[in-house]
Design a protein around this ligand. Structure first.
Ligand SMILES: Nc1ncnc2c1ncn2[C@@H]1O[C@H](COP(=O)(O)OP(=O)(O)OP(=O)(O)O)[C@@H](O)[C@H]1O
Length: 291
């Protein structure tokens, strides 16, 4: 279910929910959150999300609305919970023993953690790109064709060829690889491998693409190529990216969430976050006073 948002609050909430949200936000001092872009549709709604690794709490009552077809950047010092939060969105934390989670992660109106949620289907809808490019030890072609075949999105060879070409074009890689589709994915440069991983993610037509520091292992030119790609891909996909690079967040993100010690301290449109942060902690981090 898609919802329109008003100018002051990222997503409509019931009266009960609102008071719960506001009081928990005040208790935890979080988050300062606004949506000046009226009309953006809600993609993911997070309410009072907490997570523990065994006895150790990594996320504390997070509340955030993520908007469709935008880039949202997650920033904050090392160990503040950005990757943990990202993994809540496709239930990858389920794979870690001893993880306990409370609160709501809702995608298009459906509870991601509901028992009846099909995890394979969820991970098809929510693709992921990691810090270090990780192509399968297979050909360039197979890297892209494998998941669509597994999900029965293609059956005939011609359909498969078409889909692979389309995904590689979307990822800005087609011209560089069209004559060597049957060479190993690992034979490509780091930046090309990362674009191959993006092609692999978009080949199953997800709604959301999670990116965990997607350019931190890349040179400046490959980084700029991926940033341009993110700008293009957000027309079709909701992108959530973790970055330690403040300039990158300022360049690519429509919204930015600042994490600190497992809490979202501030969530704002990126322009406001970087020109007029509403919290001292975010300002200090952005201006490099700590990090
Ligand atoms: N698999 C795990 N088991 C136990 N603790 C973990 C695990 N993964 C992360 N943590 C802990 O959870 C907290 C948040 O870690 P997380 O990796 O989410 O932070 P981050 O903001 O992404 O950090 P970085 O920017 O360094 O990648 C840290 O204290 C970390 O040590």
């Amino acid at each position: 279910m898609n919802m329109h948002v008003d100018e002051r609050r990222p997503a409509p909430m019931s009266g009960h929910e609102r008071s719960r949200h506001e009081s928990s936000s005040q208790e935890a001092g979080q988050p300062v959150t606004r949506n000046p872009h009226a009309g953006h549709e809600l993609s993911i709604r997070i309410r009072d999300l907490s997570l523990w690794y065994g006895e150790s709490q990594a996320l504390n009552k997070l509340n955030i609305d993520i908007f469709q077809k935008n880039v949202t950047a997650l920033i904050g010092p090392s160990g503040c919970g950005k990757s943990t939060f990202l993994r809540c969105l496709n239930r990858m934390n389920d794979l870690i023993p001893g993880v306990r989670l409370e609160g709501l992660v809702e995608m298009d109106g459906r509870d991601v953690n509901a028992a009846k949620m099909d995890e394979v289907a969820l991970r098809k809808r929510v693709g992921m790109v990691f810090q270090k490019p990780n192509p399968f030890p297979k050909s360039i072609f197979e890297n892209v064709a494998y998941a669509p075949r597994m999900h029965d999105l293609v059956s005939r060879k011609a359909e498969q060829d078409e889909l692979v070409e389309h995904a590689l074009r979307e990822a800005g890689l087609w011209n560089e690889v069209k004559d060597k589709l049957h060479q190993p994915g690992t034979s490509l440069s780091g930046g090309q491998q990362q674009r191959l991983c993006i092609a692999r993610a978009i080949a199953v037509q997800p709604d959301v693409i999670l990116m965990d520091e997607p350019t931190s292992a890349l040179d400046p030119i490959s980084t700029a190529t991926i940033e341009d790609l993110m700008d293009k891909l957000k027309k079709q996909f909701t992108i959530i990216t973790v970055t330690h690079n403040m300039q990158q967040a300022a360049r690519v993100a429509d919204y930015t969430a600042f994490f600190h010690l497992g809490e979202i301290i501030e969530y704002n449109d990126t322009r406001t976050m970087f020109s007029n942060p509403h919290t001292k902690k975010a300002e200090d981090y952005i201006t490099g006073r700590y990090g």
